[in-house]
Write a protein that binds this ligand. Sequence first.
Ligand SMILES: NC(=O)c1ccc[n+]([C@@H]2O[C@H](COP(=O)([O-])OP(=O)(O)OC[C@H]3O[C@@H](n4cnc5c(N)ncnc54)[C@H](OP(=O)(O)O)[C@@H]3O)[C@@H](O)[C@H]2O)c1
Length: 339
Amino acid sequence: MNTTTYNLALLGFGNVGRAFVSLMERKRQDLRDQHGIEWRLTGVATRRMGWIAAPDGLDPAALLRGETRAAAGPHNVRDWLRAAHANVLFEITSLNRETGQPAIDHLKAALELGAHAITANKGPVVHGYEELSALAQKCGRRFLFESAVMDGVPIFCLFRDTLPAVEVHGFRALLNSTTNLILQQMEEGSTLNRAIAKAQEMGVAETDPTDDLEGWDSAVKIAALVTVLMREPLKPQEVERQGIEDLHPLAVQAARRAGHPYKLVCEARRENGRVQASVRPQQLPLNDPLAWVNGTSSAICFETDIFPGLAITEQNPGVTETAYGLLADLVRAVGAQKQ
Ligand SMILES: NC(=O)c1ccc[n+]([C@@H]2O[C@H](COP(=O)([O-])OP(=O)(O)OC[C@H]3O[C@@H](n4cnc5c(N)ncnc54)[C@H](OP(=O)(O)O)[C@@H]3O)[C@@H](O)[C@H]2O)c1
């Protein structure tokens, strides 16, 4: 098979960035033999590391060991992408749920400079989907974001590439691992604070878990799914939102004993031409498939015009699954280019 070498630039090098570089190394031979993709890492940037560009390629192992240092070089995203001769930007910085910035501007810069723009960040999907998709089309490049919801499980590409002309009427889902785990801990007798501490110990909850507990993380994911799959731009603030912070552990335990466990349920449905979306704790009967989703697992049940109930479950995901979504987007982006 003929191979093409692509220059990859990573903006953000935290948990996902590190997992992505490790996975790309692990899959180097498969990418070459099965997809004709050779790659080198020619740019890495974070606020602390600065804008590092090396058109001949950085050493991934040294980068993972934290031995890569910025030399005097570019000072902004456009100069950096040019210096890295980037063919693909992976935007994997932290979420700004109010505006999606500066990630949107970074992705725009990549597309305008002729690179594909791939992100795991929900912000640009919620706040920049239409603009970035239109720009990508104009520039003959791809804007892809499979890892933004459910860690790289193929949801967006399922409808885009595999289920043509299927109309999504709505969905019900559990999209937040932290709250799912916390509710399970509370069912087993923990207080809310002890359950949070346990989730933090396991590396699932962040140091400040407010966005998870108050339902903001779920609301952002609902907004991304509605915006892309139901083609109705929706902001997280427009999602009716109630979190689990006021649930008493005794009520959570009693609900489980009565066979109606609490789950933080995300819902969206088109009604009278408008999408109604919410996230709130609900007691589910045990014949509801979402009632059986425990620990850090996630699930989504789509209602479509062709498939009345199409369910996807993800068992206890980790950061490698998120990294895989980025790798799969790379293959989709440059695979289409190679054909
Ligand atoms: N972790 C997961 O399993 C997962 C799953 C799905 C989606 N995601 C999404 O993936 C993205 C990355 O997650 P993560 O877990 O890797 O986060 P993380 O460990 O906190 O890393 C974030 C990285 O982005 C950099 N960064 C943040 N703001 C920046 C800015 N304005 N300019 C340049 N660099 C910036 C940070 O470095 P500096 O602080 O040095 O700037 C850091 O290297 C997030 O949007 C997250 O929501 C994560």
